[in-house]
Design a protein around this ligand. Sequence first.
Ligand code: GCU
Length: 608
Amino acid sequence: MKLLSSLLFVSVFSILSNLAQEQLIQNVYLRESTSLNGMWKYIVDPYENGFYNYRLEPFEKQEKPQKSAFFKNAKQEDKTELLEYNFDKSDSISIPSDWNSQKENLFYYEGTVWFKKSFNYNIKKENNRVFVHFGASNYETDVYFNGEKLGKHIGGFTPFNYEITHLLQKKDNFLVVKVDNKRKKEGVPTLNTDWWNYGGITRDVKLIETSSTFINDYFIQLNKNDRNTINGKIQLNGSDISSKEIQIKIPELKINKKIKTDKNGVTTFKISSKKIKYWSNKNPHLYEVFLKINDDIIKDKIGFRTIKTSGSSILLNDEKIYLKGISIHEESPFRGGRGYTKKDSKKLLTWAKELGCNYVRLAHYPHNEHMVRLADEMGILVWEENPVYWTISWKNKETYNNAKNQLAEVISRDKNRASVIIWSMANETPTSNARNAFLTSLAEFTKKEDPTRLISAALEQSDYKNSKTIRTINDDFADIVDVLSFNQYIGWYDGLPEKTEKISWKITQNKPVLISEFGAGAKKGFYADKNTRWSEEFQEEVYVKTLKMLDKIDQLQGLSPWILVDFKSPRRVLPEIQDGYNRKGLISEKGEKKKAFFVLQKFYNSKD
Ligand code: GCU
């Protein structure tokens, strides 16, 4: 009997912990919130001693969690108590930020770190509710509040939140977070990546206070097929959500509409206006949108535009646009490590503007929300990417669900951002039936979640038939994407720069083509002739010759060369040149522009 009851308990628990993923609260940055950023206590736990007993059985799946599980706020009150950890006597670390760039002894650390934040909280109004919201935490995160498990989140680059109302106390609340950044074969991404595996609570942590019934989510966008109509969907959260009146106001368009929710607390609407100023890179017009229920008003700033393809053209508001882009990793240009501040994002996007860009590829995972909100304001179009990178475990159902969940979370977070025009399903994934099925399912899911944007993926190129001088895209997934994108490194990984003069491209798909990557490495300040690898002149020559080669592709509608800034990677260890950095940046990690920067800038400035 005992075995059956414990199995039952475990199964119920594991279902509950999966259910613990609550619906994402939309637009946290413009809501009433309390920041939990600052100094947190931390304990490094490489053997996960705070989570498993000596037989590697999780404490929390046992009937009575034992005290030595770290999610207790151990205080050593009882002199006889056996406690082998104490948060309050442990060191502190600044949150958000990755531990690798903050603590020298954690530079290469991949494993578990426990974090604890204590705080008092006075709820502002009776019957209000309180949620804890994480901008991101890499990679597996278990969250406990006042000794109770709130849930587990998997994925290092998307937000998640949990309600804490039922556990909140006025004084001495303690939030304990277990973060494990170990790479896993079945993970998303998997074991092998060309970027630093920054671990920790890497983005803002906020307490969001709401009314008992509140507007949890909304999607307000221009109708893809009628530019004079704004479509909207609003979702309430709470116990009293049916037949509730919601007011939508867009003052600049003199829109003021009241609608009622259905029994599920959902309402959809269409608003017509012939006066809409469409959002574009040249005129990034954002409308103030107010959503009101009872006394609560949420404000957002939303741009209205359409993005489509027609044959080999990309149409922004029905006008052809050429995407003058650059790829970007999420590293702080000021202090290294994971970028997460508005200042980090502003610097990176300002460099992109200086380069002549109207577009950025946020590689290879969703960046922080400041990036897309600033892109909205600065008129920069955005490719966002799910970290389905290289050799994912295509046949593993959990891996697929993980990839789908991360995609769902970034779509949920950014679906109201006009700047986001492309959802990328993957990067450089080897073709196979299992991979095609995996990516096609993700694409179908994305189209359902968000029919207003384009689907792509960074594919790989190959020889056309058996030709040694003609390249093509021979990939079944090319039939699924709206925009055909691929990476190519002729002149760096594939021959020398002059090889670009011998290669032509045969793209058989009648779709817009974006070159999602090309580039070459150069150590800033290393000057030599253009045939000397790692010199700025070599990188410059690769850009000059590659741009000439690619510009001949008829369907070419844009580029996002690899990459704006040198970035850290454990794969790049050449002494005196790489020293742990991938050197394909057009700008060094110290913010110094290389010669190739000005080649690309000139090319973009020559394009209207
Ligand atoms: C690949 C990959 C990048 C990598 C780059 C490189 O195309 O997509 O993540 O950093 O090449 O080798 O520098």
